[in-house]
Design a protein around this ligand. Structure first.
Ligand code: GRF
Length: 198
């Protein structure tokens, strides 16, 4: 891809800290990075990642799920409209803590990625580091996958592995995995875009 090539507009969906979002924003500062992080959406109004994104000059939106009550699809319709209004082509979930309905996963099929802190299909869901230690796993890590209707089930795009040490705590293991997450997400997003545009 040449430097003059169009950068694919990407949105990042967060619910909290946003360290993976930050890794994507920083990677996209490279002149030859094939994506532009154009929009950050949070379902939580005071998610710390929103301030980080604003400080980086990125447009942010809060779409609070609580306003929509039990109507998950209505919340997702609001997100979908915001993504389309901003001309977004790829969505990266990064610590986005809502289960998605088929409405949004179908609308963005093949164009929505998630990062999960385990070597899927091992340990889908929450508390992955605790569970890896409890299971006496010798390897743990993170996975980038395409999002489908089943939680943490879509096709795997990439994984990074870390060793689990006998004295690991969930916190020490999480820290080591997170470092890998910050490398793997920007790299995998770039690879997906380059594969689709070449
Ligand atoms: C990460 O461990 C990610 O894999 C998981 O939630 C955490 C989010 O962290 N889905 P951050 O908000 O990106 O810092």
């Amino acid at each position: 891809m040449s430097h003059s090539a169009k950068r694919v507009p990407v949105a990042v969906l967060i619910s909290g800290r946003g360290s993976n979002m930050t890794a994507l924003i920083e990677a996209a500062h490279a002149p030859d990075y094939p994506a532009e992080i154009r929009l950050v959406i949070s379902n939580i109004p005071d998610a710390p990642g929103l301030e980080t994104a604003r400080a980086a000059g990125i447009q942010t939106l809060t779409i609070d799920h609580r306003i929509f009550g039990k109507d998950r699809e209505a919340h997702e319709r609001a997100i979908d409209s915001a993504l389309r209004d901003a001309g977004i082509e790829i969505v990266c979930l990064a610590g986005y803590m809502r289960l998605l309905t088929p409405f949004l996963t179908d609308a963005w099929s093949g164009r929505m990625l998630n990062i999960h802190p385990s070597l899927l299909p091992e340990f889908p869901g929450l508390h992955t580091h605790e569970r890896a230690i409890a299971a006496k796993a010798s390897k743990h890590g993170c996975t980038i996958h395409l999002v489908t209707a089943g939680m943490d089930e879509g096709p795997v795009l990439a994984q990074a592995t870390v060793d689990v040490f006998p004295d690991d705590t969930p916190e020490s293991l999480a820290g080591r995995v997170l470092k890998e997450e910050h490398q793997l997400y920007p790299k995998t997003l770039a690879e997906l875009i380059r594969k689709n545009t070449n």
